[in-house]
Design a protein around this ligand. Structure first.
Ligand code: TXE
Length: 485
């Protein structure tokens, strides 16, 4: 039984109270590790370590900090197979996905911000009689980074890298559901020579450790990715403490296909957008809208591709769809499929747990890729985030009818548009409530662009300069200089 440790002040440490919670392997439904059930005392220890480390770390040159981030990236990359396997076992995602996308992206996150911090720039204004105005951007101090279970190392590194690159020290709280790769990252940081206290990783229940971090007066900033309900709780706690908060929350993302689209590309992209990572990605395209004239052909092509997806043991390389992350998530997804039937939908593929995959996986949390037709735009299944391998599909006639349906939810995270008419794509992208709109593609990511949502999909943006600015405090210095000798 693997016993996971906290990472505080440069060392691996047991939780002070000595209590642990079970960590389940989604593919088998069995406990396979123990996670520290940390509490406020562990948070206090971590804040103390981060506070003491801040002056020296923030006093280093950007290139000195950059070198450490590059060593961390190299450390993860040198253990790519081990990290990918750990992520697959911990989350239930296919090993191939962890190997080809997620762990390489975590490496890229560290390398990107190791470079970005060397090229960050600020502004200078030389006015008429208004002196010389320049803007300093200094690190904010000790920051709290709270990450979810769907893309564990990918999203944890997306926060850690910019936060420490600009000179902050950090306390990270990965999800208690998927702690393993964060635990492995700690050892990489030790081996990379990250100074003690710069990064501290605390494991445990969100309502205990995450809440204590958000409340702690020594933590100036909170970067959160997770559900909208929890995001609201974080915001409520942080607001009276005047903490800077960024929230990356849920989504109910639209995927719009016009009859003039490259259909093979649109079907391929739509199946991927609906079911990648078992549909457990905040930007998954779970509401599909197809122009009526192309609807029947699209549905049959989509269904045959969805049925061809191999639901299996995530450790096997031919598996396309692994297990959902937890029993609770499987039950949530199953409930939404039952609700879809009650709301008048037809299940045209999937809709239940698959036949037993293997002896090893007989108690795992598996669900078939599912497509529902015949639902109204305003029904609960089309309004609420399911966060599983369930998509709905609806025909539309007029573009403005589609936009009204697309914008009818409380979310505004991302969307995809498939059409050869780029005027129409540009017009539609401007009218859709979303922080990111992909045209003739999905999940194509340039790390320099702002990433995040509007409405109840979040507050603020991550990525590129947005991340560097979130984790720093701007200060305008106005210098009255003699204009004449
Ligand atoms: O997320 P939570 P969960 C959605 C998805 C999912 C739902 C809940 O619909 O079903 O959110 O998932 C920590 N103060 N997304 O329960 O609870 C928690 O320990 C501070 C979308 O996993 O939001 C974990 O580390 N922190 C999302 C992190 O918050 C708290 C990805 C996220 O947990 C806390 C994941 C508190 N009071 C789920 N309570 C996305 N946008 O990608 C919990 N946490």
């Amino acid at each position: 039984m693997i016993k996971i440790a906290n990472y505080i002040n440069g060392s691996l440490a047991a939780p002070l109270a000595g209590s642990y919670i079970d960590n389940f392997e989604p593919a088998t439904g069995k406990v396979y590790a123990q996670v520290p059930d940390s509490d406020t005392n562990d948070v206090a220890l971590a804040v103390d370590a981060a506070t003491h480390a801040f002056p020296t770390w923030s006093g280093l040159t950007a290139s000195a900090r950059s070198d450490v981030l590059l060593r961390i990236a190299d450390g993860i990359e040198s253990q790519l197979d081990e990290f990918a396997r750990a992520e697959c076992v911990d989350n239930g995602k296919p090993l191939g996905l962890a190997l080809s996308v997620e762990i390489p992206r975590a490496v890229k996150n560290f390398r990107f911000f190791a470079s970005a911090v060397l090229h960050s720039r600020s502004e200078l204004y030389e006015g008429e009689g208004t002196g010389l105005n320049y803007i300093l951007r200094r690190p904010r101090g000790v920051v709290g980074l709270i990450s979810p279970w769907n893309l564990p190392l990918y999203l944890l590194s997306w926060k850690v890298a910019p936060a420490i690159a600009v000179g902050n020290t950090a306390i990270a709280k990965p999800s208690e559901v998927t702690p393993m790769t964060a635990h492995m990252l700690a050892q990489v940081c030790i081996d990379a020579g990250l100074p003690p206290g710069v990064l501290n990783i605390l494991h445990g229940q969100g309502a205990k450790v995450g809440q204590a971090m958000t409340e702690h007066p020594g933590i100036t900033t909170i970067s959160f990715t997770g559900g909208t309900v929890t995001g609201a709780q974080v915001a409520k706690t942080a607001a009276p403490l005047f903490k800077k908060v960024s929230l990356e929350l849920g989504g109910k993302n639209a995927n719009v296909i016009f009859a003039d689209a490259n259909m093979n590309q649109a079907v391929e992209g739509s199946v991927r957008a609906a079911f990648a990572n078992q549909g457990q990605i905040c930007i998954c395209g779970s509401r599909i809208f197809v122009e009526r004239s192309a609807y029947d052909d699209f549905v049959s092509a989509f269904v045959s591709k969805a049925k061809a997806l191999r639901v299996g043991d995530p450790l096997e390389k031919e598996t396309d769809q692994g297990a959902l992350v937890s029993k609770a998530q499987l039950e949530k997804v199953s409930r939404y499929v039952e609700l879809a039937k009650e709301e008048g939908g037809q299940i045209v593929c999937g809709g239940s747990t698959p036949p037993t995959i293997s002896e090893r996986c007989k108690d795992g949390y598996f669900f078939e890729p599912t497509l529902v037709t015949g639902l109204s735009a305003e029904c609960r299944v089309n309004q609420e985030e399911i966060f599983g391998p369930v998509a709905t599909i609806t025909p539309f006639d007029a573009e403005d009818e589609a936009v009204a349906d697309i914008n009818s939810t409380k979310y505004g995270l991302s969307a995809s548009i498939w059409t050869r008419d780029l005027d129409r794509a540009h017009r539609l992208a401007g009218n859709i409530d979303a922080g990111t709109v992909w045209v003739n593609c999905w999940l194509v990511r340039d790390l320099r662009v702002p990433f995040g949502g509007m409405k109840q999909s979040g507050v603020g943006r991550e990525g590129g300069d947005e991340a560097l600015r979130f984790f720093t405090e701007p200060k305008n210095v106005c210098l009255q200089v003699a204009t004449k000798s």
